[in-house]
Write a protein that binds this ligand. Structure first.
Ligand SMILES: [Zn+2]
Length: 201
C-alpha cells in the first residue's frame, strides 16, 4: 500500500492527501510552493523524496509529473548503488584481508529497507542484509557495516572475539561517526506534525 503525503507549505487552501498508483515504497512528500512559479524539483531528504511543485499546478499534472520525478531520482540513485554481487565480493575481500580465520561466506547478501538497523546477519542460513540507507554511503561506512555483519557469520554475539576482530578495521571511528550523524539527521528531519494529519490510508 502506498503512502503518499501532500503537505501544503504555503497559504494555499488545505488539500486532501491521495495515493498514487505505482508508488509503494518510502515516503513521498509533495510540497506546493507559492513561491515557485514554474520550477519543479525533486530531491532526497533522509528516507524521503521531496517533490516541490508550483502551488497552481493542476491535480492532473501533479499525478503525471510526480511519479516521473520519483523515477528519475530512483534511477540516479540506482546507478550509484553497489550491486548485491559487489557487496558479496567486498565481504569476501574484507574477511580475506582482516579476518582470514573466518572461512564462512554468506549464502546471500541483500539490500533491505531497514530503518532501525544498519545490517543483520542470520547465522542459521548465513544470510546478510544491509540497510538501504547505506546505498549512497561512503565506502568506509559501508565496509564497516559489511565487516561487522560478516564477523557474525562466525561469532553471533558482540563478545571479546567479535570486538577484537572488528577492531582490525581501520577507520571504525570515522565510520561510527558517519552512522551516528546519519541517525541524528534522521531524527532531526522526523515527520512534521502536519504530515501525520494528512496521511492517507
Ligand atoms: Zn552485530
Amino acid at each position: 500500500m502506498g503512502e503518499y503525503f501532500l503537505f501544503v507549505e504555503s497559504d494555499t487552501p488545505f488539500d486532501e492527501g491521495m495515493t498514487l498508483p505505482g508508488i509503494d515504497e518510502g515516503e513521498i512528500l509533495v510540497i506546493r510552493s507559492a513561491r515557485r512559479k514554474r520550477n519543479i524539483s525533486a530531491y532526497r531528504q533522509g528516507g524521503r523524496i521531496i517533490v516541490s511543485i508550483p502551488a497552481r499546478m493542476s491535480k492532473a499534472d501533479e499525478r503525471a509529473i510526480v511519479p516521473e520525478m520519483i523515477a528519475k531520482i530512483r534511477s540516479q540513485e540506482e546507478s550509484k548503488t553497489p550491486t548485491e554481487q559487489a557487496l558479496a565480493k567486498r565481504i569476501d575481500e574484507l574477511l580475506s584481508e582482516l579476518a582470514p580465520q573466518i572461512t564462512e561466506r554468506p549464502v546471500s547478501v541483500a539490500w533491505r529497507t531497514m530503518r532501525e538497523r544498519w545490517g543483520s546477519c542470520t547465522g542459521l542460513d548465513q544470510t546478510i542484509r544491509i540497510s538501504d540507507r547505506l546505498k549512497l554511503a561512503p565506502d568506509y561506512a559501508l565496509d564497516y557495516v559489511l565487516f561487522h555483519e560478516a564477523i557474525h557469520l562466525r561469532h553471533f554475539d558482540h563478545g571479546a572475539e567479535f570486538t577484537e576482530l572488528l577492531s582490525r578495521f581501520e577507520g571504525s571511528e570515522l565510520a561510527s561517526a558517519y552512522l551516528d550523524g546519519y541517525e541524528a539527521a534522521e531524527r532531526a528531519l522526523a515527520e512534521p506534525v502536519e504530515l501525520k494529519k494528512l496521511r492517507t490510508k
